[in-house]
Design a protein around this ligand. Structure first.
Ligand SMILES: [Mn+2]
Length: 357
């Protein structure tokens, strides 16, 4: 297991590389060129410049999260081929720059979604909350506006204004795309890109839908064992893999995270692990918490044990943290609570490792 930490770049993150370097056991950064719109090519020189800076701070860059997929690919429009060509070229560039894993998602229109970005917990910390009832009758445009307004001035990945300005048109286009059509479009994309991944040794790792169900009536398919199984088999290559996000998949009580880790881990398809806890309040209602088992609904020991038992050698990172100690940061991505998360996960890992001898 290689512990990493997500970072959004010099101009778009409150956390510095020097700070990340000082978190025990964090060797690498999970990076992102946040200013490149979905569908555009990532130029080699930009990738190298970005990587050079990270390496100058004593950290590695081997994982990218995310290279976003243009909506036309998900919709299956004729224009998709040009965006797929750009994607292949980006894979090639990233591979040649030494990137090993690309995390991406296949969620129509909306990336991760929450209805409250700063829900106050009893101890005074703040965390993100999702309440499906609050989405009922809500205009998606209003959710985009409130999400942007409450992001503490940081861009939120998946909520880029550029992608969302055409929101109404895009939502209309999805009226003709159901789950089966989305699977078809996904398969078309994977068949086109996986040979490039094999050639340049870059593993694709799809991030599950967050939350793990349909929102605003849009189709969503990356959210259950059955569907993930279908996806990894659409192109039967180790390069077609998964980012196993415990918080995203675990938002649905139907998903048993340790079981999913063992199942897809034994297949060799987990390339990236997002490990975090959430507290499920009722069906389709949850909020985020610290990483600790007793603060949420998951048994983090069992999750880490499953990774240990499958001999996981891929990349891992803590996921969303709370806002604590008066930190002002991008919601979910402050320094303090994620650093506490890393330390806790490493503590579990060390104990499991030593007790397994
Ligand atoms: Mn995640």
């Amino acid at each position: 297991m290689k512990m990493t930490f997500r970072w959004f770049g010099e101009n778009d993150d409150s956390v510095t590389l020097d700070q990340i370097r000082q978190i025990p056991a964090v060797k690498g950064v999970v990076g992102f060129l946040s200013d490149i719109p979905a569908g555009e090519l990532w130029p080699m020189e930009r990738i190298l410049e970005y990587k050079k800076n990270i390496e100058a701070h004593g950290l590695e860059l081997e994982v990218i999260e995310s290279v976003n997929i243009h909506e036309d690919i998900k919709l299956g429009l004729p224009s998709r081929d040009k965006y797929i060509e750009n994607y292949k070229e980006t894979i090639k560039n990233l591979g040649q720059a030494g990137i090993k894993v690309i995390c991406y998602n296949f969620m129509p229109v909306f990336d991760w979604l929450r209805t409250d970005l700063s829900y106050k917990l009893p101890d005074g910390s703040e965390a993100m909350l999702y309440d499906d009832d609050k989405l009922k009758g809500l205009d998606p445009i209003d959710l985009v506006k409130s999400t942007e307004k409450n992001s503490n001035g940081f861009s939120l990945p998946g909520w880029e204004t550029d992608r969302l300005k055409e929101l109404k048109n895009v939502l209309k286009l999805y009226e003709n795309v159901g789950e089966e059509k989305l699977f078809e479009n996904y398969e078309y994309f994977l068949k086109a890109i996986i040979p490039t991944c094999e050639k340049y040794d870059v593993k694709m790792a799809v991030h599950p839908d967050d939350p793990a169900w349909s929102v605003f009536g849009l189709p969503r398919i990356v959210n259950s064992k059955e569907n993930l199984d279908r996806i990894v088999k659409m192109v039967d290559s180790t390069y077609n893999g998964i980012t196993l996000c415990s918080g995203a998949l675990g938002s649905s009580t139907k998903n048993n995270i340790p079981e999913l880790i063992r199942y897809f881990g034994d297949m060799g398809r987990i390339h990236f692990a997002h490990v975090r806890n959430i507290k499920i309040l009722s069906e389709k209602q949850f909020h985020e918490v610290s990483h600790l088992s007793s603060d949420g609904s998951f048994d983090m020991f069992e999750i880490m044990k499953a990774y240990h038992d499958i001999g996981f050698e891929g990349y891992m990172r803590p996921d969303h943290g709370r806002m604590i100690w008066n930190e002002k940061a991008r919601p979910g991505y402050g320094l303090y609570d994620r650093a506490l998360g890393v330390t806790y996960l490493n503590g579990l890992w060390e104990a499991i490792k030593k007790m397994s001898k």
